[in-house]
Design a binder for this molecule. Structure first.
Ligand SMILES: Cc1ncc(COP(=O)(O)OP(=O)(O)O)c(N)n1
Ligand code: 3NM
Ligand code: MG
Length: 213
């Protein structure tokens, strides 16, 4: 049974999101600050590939293990299988879950859902959580859709009252309270952590909106 509390502060990052390429340092700080889930999303023209990507993934996975934080791989099914990651996150244009479920039966499976049409066309049988967004404008995803605002979260929660929802896109510690109040189980963020000079403070701010510990 998936624990929806893992979605509270879901940090996503690849080397492209850091100012100096030092993702190990950024993740270590985020873990020490109390993130609840991590997604390795190595993407874009300068993204690491092959062996270099695998070596970095293994290092980051070890850091997560040391803190008991599950390690999710974005898109790369072969890498997730090879390193026995805790889960995989797939989008609407990625591999279909029915084609990979055999290898990910006991793993966390996340699916992106940007609107009701995508919700309706998705087989959610094996999905542990949906990533709903973008809520606000984002500069971290080049092909992001038009933002749906807080209403996207509110309506998605009414559409499915039970599914674990993590909101994504332009989230900061200032707007996260509204997003949780609208029905999300948590927030996922790239830049509010990777661009921060005080990661501890950002994560602490996110965590304070959850009253039960
Ligand atoms: C938690 C979460 N939600 C949504 C996404 C976006 O996934 P996708 O649409 O496949 O886009 P890419 O991240 O692959 O560019 C996500 N990664 N995580
Ligand atoms: C990876 C991703 N997926 C999105 C979606 O809408 O599915 S928005 C996004 C980028 C989120 O980065 P930031 O927290 O810096 O805005
Ligand atoms: Mg994807």
């Amino acid at each position: 049974m998936f624990d929806r509390k893992l979605l509270r502060v879901y940090f996503i990052a690849g080397t492209q999101d850091t100012s100096d390429g030092n993702l190990e340092r950024v993740l270590q700080e985020a873990l020490e600050a109390g993130i609840t889930l991590y997604q390795f999303r190595e993407k874009g023209p300068n993204a690491l590939t092959g062996e270099a990507k695998e070596i970095l993934a293994r290092k980051l996975f070890e850091k997560c293990k040391a803190k008991g934080v599950p390690f999710i791989v974005n898109d790369d099914i072969e890498l997730a299988k090879k390193i026995d990651a805790d889960g995989i996150h797939l989008g609407q244009d990625d591999e279909k879950i029915e084609n990979i479920i055999e290898d990910f039966n006991d793993k966390i499976i996340g699916l992106s859902v940007g609107n009701f049409a995508e919700y309706d066309q998705s087989d959610l049988t094996h999905v542990d959580y949906i990533g709903v967004g973008p809520v606000y404008e984002t500069s971290s995803k080049s092909d992001a859709k038009k933002p749906g605002g807080i209403e996207l979260i509110r309506k998605m929660r009414l559409y499915d009252e039970d599914i674990p929802i993590v909101a994504i896109g332009g989230i900061t510690s200032t707007n996260s309270e509204m997003i949780i109040a609208a029905g999300a189980d948590g927030i996922s963020t790239i830049s509010s952590i990777t661009k921060s000079d005080d990661i501890k403070q950002v994560v602490t701010d996110y965590l304070k909106y959850y009253t039960d510990k």
